[in-house]
Design a protein around this ligand. Structure first.
Ligand code: ADP
Ligand code: ZN
Length: 759
């Protein structure tokens, strides 16, 4: 397994740069010509080589990892026709449209093409003008189609979403099973399976079911570094979803809901609040669904509130935000659904809103759906185990990236990801948690350990309902002790105690709360309790997000989006297929106004340069002139402030005091119990308040110069390329610190990043 990180964008180097040694120059040539990229991502090279050598392969990469290039490049170089099996027409259409925009000869055969189109297609195939043919498994396996392909001597089949072949996968499809016959029918052709599914069992099953022979197996890193994960108790899903969506105004978001009714209520609420939103679920008319998909792709619709079942059809690479309005059933589902965010490699946010009621709801559903199986117990046990992991993930306060990587059997290399609520220090620990816990525990005890959560809450909040009065529980000393805490918040606190084993919830039909083993110690005041505050969570802007936008002129970006929308409408294709967001941002950052500088923007290949270049150059030129913006920029633009308004926090306070005395990062970390990377961010905040000429006690001069030299040379301020350029010898946190210091220095000298330019 590799620990390499997929890069978020291609490098913006000159086209005549030396090829990274060892890569077949034909691969790089194709990469440049059709996609305008300079470098391959991890595993792409080996995957492409397997394709060229006609060796079977199984390629496992996370969503957005760049699987498609791996099967798109080999037939191009070999001058042959390869077949790609894909489960959904919408996915095929998007891919084919995208490829054609780049001048790549590809086509799809499906029910909605006309007979003339079909004729033209057959001709193109006979004349060997086509490189990729997309087809559904059903169509592929019909006798006539197999015969036809037999005559074409197809050398390679790629199976996209290959986990559909496995019944252990979360998305098993009967039609995929028949693909096993390909092996017999085309003994000389190689078979290449592609999937984002991470589990070992599914991988083994794919190899077996597809009959792969001595396959090259490549497994990428599952971590998605560009995703920021946040998990919050659902106190008011509508308000929380709205707030999250508003952080991504005019950008694409998906809100996953459990039921159809929920999707409609959510979409309605968002619409009332001025968001362009629509519901999407299986109960809609086919035409309605198509309309939603189309307007989402056209960017006339921003937010889709959807049930999970239909996520596959929603394909847009610049989804900036995925919200779960309820807890998914498994971590696999969560990974799959959040996988739809940030497929373009740019930052995106995933917010999971959960209540403990969700766990109960899933348990009921699991039992219900297993009821009719001949032997339901093992099925229930497996599913409940998966569910337990999901619930544990919600309740934990460990780095989200780390937990996800670990779940998929990979190690996570950083001690602070800088991209989750835990590492960003957003989780609030509650003041007076021990006292609150004591009140809850003693109430459970007073009501005789024989009532459920809701009733305990009623008593704690001082309800005078008939039930409470009849039992005389209004006379208890614990009656009304926590009336100031909202019911939902209280529920969340109680379940945190359950998670910590301080309370036990019985497993029968009417679960009641009982004291756990350690509760007496808490009640006697011998043990402290930590609880996270279920109140509204204060979300910070992440450093990562600032990085991705640094130097990008947002207004120009919006102007360019407009141009892209026009082109998309003229060509009748989705906007993100014309040019992706990473490319538009790079344009709004570098602001190329010549053909030469435009050619250096990653994502602008030859065809796009010729066809779209002039139009975008014109838009950039006039916008820059009008607004006095520097064009053809080639400077370092240091990251924006990481934490614009940090909240007071005891550890941070303490760290600041220690910085005043010149204490080392290590010493402060030890004293405050925080990770060193967190301390580095505190230090950034401290430097903002108290500017310093040098980073004296914290970063030595040699390292400082090394980082700045690399930053100048790369003309980059994004961390990953810098980290790599420094051979991984300088920690991320130090690089950040140096860049932040340099920015502060610049700012204090009155140099404004955006205005500096080469010319
Ligand atoms: P997957 O199929 O694994 O989900 P895609 O093939 O759709 O991922 O690729 C995701 C995005 O990454 C696309 O926008 C694609 O153009 C881009 N991409 C792929 N390979 C590279 C590369 N070598 N350099 C830069 N961008 C790339
Ligand atoms: Zn983290």
């Amino acid at each position: 397994m590799s620990s390499e990180q997929p890069q978020s964008t291609g490098t913006a180097g000159a086209p005549d740069e030396v090829a990274p040694s060892g890569v077949d120059p034909r691969i790089l040539e194709a990469l440049r010509q059709y996609w305008g990229y300079e470098t391959l991502r991890p595993h792409q090279r080996e995957a492409i080589e397997a394709g060229l050598a006609s060796r079977d392969s199984l390629i496992v990469m996370p969503t957005g990892g760049g699987k498609s290039l791996c099967y798109q490049i080999p037939p191009l170089i070999a001058g042959r026709l390869d077949v790609v099996v894909s489960p959904l027409i919408s996915l095929m259409k998007d891919q084919v449209d995208g490829l054609r925009q780049s001048g790549y000869p590809a086509a799809a055969i499906h029910s909605s093409i006309t007979s003339e189109e079909r004729e033209a297609l057959r001709d193109a195939i006979r004349d060997n003008r086509l490189r990729l043919l997309f087809v559904s498994p059903e169509r592929l396996m019909t006798p006539t189609f197999l015969d036809f392909l037999g005559h074409q001597r197809v050398r390679a089949f790629s199976i996209d979403e290959a986990h559909c072949i496995s019944q252990w996968g979360h998305d098993f499809r009967q039609e995929y099973r028949r693909l096993a016959l390909l092996r017999d029918r085309f003994p000389d052709a190689s078979i290449h399976a592609y999937t984002a599914t991470a589990t070992e069992r599914v991988r083994k099953d794919i190899v077996e079911q597809a009959g792969l022979r001595n396959p090259k197996i490549l497994v990428g890193t599952f971590d998605r570094p560009n995703l920021v994960y946040r998990i919050q108790p659902a106190t008011d899903v509508f308000a929380q979803a709205l707030e999250t969506v508003k952080r991504h105004e005019n950008e694409a978001a998906i809100v996953y809901c459990i039921s159809r009714k929920d999707t409609e209520a959510m979409a309605g609420f968002l619409q009332e609040n001025g968001v362009k939103a629509a519901a999407y679920h299986a109960g809609l008319e086919k035409s309605e669904r198509a309309l939603v998909q189309e307007s989402f792709a056209n960017e006339t619709l921003d937010v889709v509130a959807a049930t999970v079942a239909f996520g596959m059809g929603i394909d847009r690479s610049n989804v900036r935000c995925v919200i779960h309005a309820a807890m998914p059933k498994t971590i696999e589902n969560y990974q799959q659904e959040t996988g739809r965010a940030g497929r373009d490699g740019l930052e995106a946010e995933c917010v999971l809103l959960f209540t403990y009621g969700d766990v109960m709801k899933w348990k009921r559903l699991i039992r219900l759906s297993a009821e009719n199986a001949p032997d339901p117990e093992p099925i229930i046990a497996t599913q409940e185990d998966l569910l337990k992991h999901m619930a544990g993930f919600c309740a934990s306060a460990e780095c989200r990236h780390l937990v996800l990587s670990r779940y998929f059997g990979q190690t996570y290399p950083k001690d602070n990801c800088g991209a989750c609520d835990v590492c960003l220090d957003e989780l609030d620990t509650m003041e007076g948690a021990t006292e609150i816990a004591q009140k809850i525990l003693s109430c459970v005890y007073r009501v005789g350990q024989s009532f459920g959560v809701s009733y305990v809450i009623e008593v704690l909040r001082g309800s005078r309902s008939q039930k409470v009065l009849e039992r005389g529980h209004d006379q208890l000393s614990t009656h009304g002790l926590l009336r100031e805490i909202h019911e939902k918040a209280l529920r969340h606190l109680i379940f945190q105690l359950v998670d910590q084993g301080l309370l036990v919830q019985t497993q029968d039909d009417r679960p009641v709360l009982q004291l756990g083993e350690a509760s007496p110690a808490v009640l006697r005041g011998e043990r402290e309790v930590a609880l996270t505050d279920p109140g509204p969570v204060d979300v910070k802007r992440t450093g990562r997000s600032a990085d991705e936008w640094s130097g990008v002129d947002r207004k120009l970006f919006e102007t360019l989006r407009g141009v892209r929308r026009d082109v998309a409408a003229e060509r009748n294709v989705p906007a993100f297929i014309v040019l992706n967001d990473a490319t538009l941002r790079e344009m709004a950052r570098m602001r190329p106004t010549t053909r030469e500088s435009m050619a250096r923007i990653p994502g602008v290949g030859k065809k796009k340069l010729t066809e779209l270049g002039p139009r975008f150059i014109e838009a950039i030129r006039s916008d820059c002139e009008e607004r006095g913006l520097a064009a053809d920029v080639e400077v370092i633009v240091p990251p924006k402030r990481a934490n614009p308004s940090p909240r007071p926090n005891a550890q941070r306070q303490r760290a600041f005091e220690m910085f005043d005395q010149g204490a080392s990062i290590e010493a402060v970390a030890k004293e405050t119990g925080r990770a060193e990377s967190t301390i580095c961010r505190y230090l950034e905040g401290w430097l903002e308040a108290k500017p310093r000429e040098s980073l004296g006690p914290w970063v030595d001069q040699a390292t400082y110069s090394q980082v700045m030299d690399a930053a100048r040379e790369l003309r980059a301020d994004r961390l990953t390329p810098l980290y790599e350029a420094l051979n991984g010898e300088v920690p991320y946190s130090t690089i950040r610190l140096v860049l932040a210091h340099a920015r502060l220095q610049d700012e204090s000298r009155g140099v404004h990043g955006d205005q500096r330019s080469r010319s």
